[in-house]
Design a protein around this ligand. Structure first.
Ligand SMILES: Nc1ncnc2c1ncn2[C@@H]1O[C@H](COP(=O)(O)OP(=O)(O)OP(=O)(O)O)[C@@H](O)[C@H]1O
Length: 327
């Protein structure tokens, strides 16, 4: 990604003007807006309009970040993007002192007298949250629970009182910043992720409205896989039905996500083949993408899981898929 292009997998195309630490998201024709997506978008827009931050929470690949960008684009304000990070301190959000600047005046107006005046000034550099609050931008805080709760504490007064506490600027009489009325915040998190995440403080969750996302409905998944990979709708339908059937096999824990479906579709599009059981390339790609196992899974178990995937592909691909029912 270059400095002038930022985006979420091509869904919301975003531009970053040179010298600006911001993104201007614009609508993209790759974004899929089915009734399922539309309902979520409208709910989020309604909450933001009412002055509440929105939090998209859901498992990996359920479209949280894509939705966050799409909803942010509809606010027509620049977007400040922050990714949660375990190493963040509050200064990574608000800013910090960046040294001193020294001003020296040497007055030699009277020939025999030299007067020297020195002034030291502390230099402060705003970080992303501060500039978003100052300018009324939209903050997207992706995977905010990857940052430690202490780092996120600065958000409490921003979200409830509309005030950003900047202790580092107290000496300049700017210790509190009134948050710009156009400022909005959209958060994302994955409550199922336990590696590298922290439990968000209740006080923060209480200040936002959480929209829980699950895997989208059948129609939406097919549309996304088809549009994002470039394969025919009918081919995407087979891939998605394989994914959705595997998801129901609880014991084997197949974590098939739209992302893996898009990847299977892209490989298929590139090889020019079809999503059929007798296409060994297709079967192999499904094993590689859908059979995600841990390092200590035995070779026997991996084989068994591949057989299961193969059976599901055979079953799905042997029926004529013309009707779209929502299961
Ligand atoms: N409405 C949509 N239109 C088009 N593509 C979408 C849509 N929703 C999701 N996608 C695609 O699905 C994939 C997963 O979406 P996204 O990255 O937003 O999920 P996520 O929930 O943020 O995932 P993670 O938790 O892993 O970061 C991406 O490739 C994205 O482009």
């Amino acid at each position: 990604m270059t400095n002038n292009q930022a985006g979420v997998s091509g869904v919301a195309v975003a531009k970053l003007p040179a010298n600006e630490d911001k993104i201007i998201p614009t609508a993209s024709d790759k974004f899929v807006l089915t009734p399922y997506v539309e309902e979520i978008v409208q709910r989020a827009q309604g909450y933001l309009k009412a002055g509440y931050p929105v939090h998209f929470a859901g498992p990996a690949g359920t479209g949280k970040t894509t939705l966050a960008f799409h909803v942010a684009a509809s606010l027509r304000r620049p977007v400040t993007l922050v990714h949660g990070n375990d190493e963040f301190g509050s200064s990574d959000l608000i800013g910090k002192d960046a040294g001193y600047s020294k001003k020296q005046v040497i007055d030699n107006f009277i020939h025999s007298v030299v007067k020297r005046e020195e002034e030291m000034m502390q230099l402060w550099v705003d970080n992303r949250l501060t500039s978003a609050c100052r300018n009324g931008d939209t903050l997207i805080y992706d995977e905010f629970n990857r940052s430690r709760p202490e780092a996120n504490n600065v958000l409490l007064s921003v979200l409830s009182e509309g005030v950003l506490n900047l202790p580092g600027l107290r000496h300049r009489g700017e210790g509190y910043l009134d948050v710009h009325p156009d400022f909005h915040a959209i958060f994302t998190s994955n409550p199922e992720e336990y590696a590298g995440t922290h439990k968000a403080q209740d006080a923060l969750l209480d200040r936002m409205i959480t929209i829980r996302l699950e895997h989208p409905d059948l129609e939406t998944e097919i549309e996304i896989v088809s549009k994002r990979s470039g394969i025919e709708w009918s081919e995407a339908q087979r891939i998605v039905r394989v994914m959705r059937t595997l998801r129901k096999v609880k014991k084997n824990q197949f974590k098939t996500t739209i992302r893996s479906g898009i990847a299977v579709g892209k490989v298929l599009a590139q090889s020019g083949g079809q999503a059929r059981w007798d296409n060994s390339n297709f079967r192999r790609t499904c094993y590689d993408l859908f059979n995600v196992v841990t390092t200590n899974t035995s070779a026997n178990n991996i084989k068994h899981r591949e057989q299961l995937i193969s059976e599901v592909i055979r079953k799905i691909c042997s029926v004529k898929l013309i009707k779209l029912d929502k299961n």
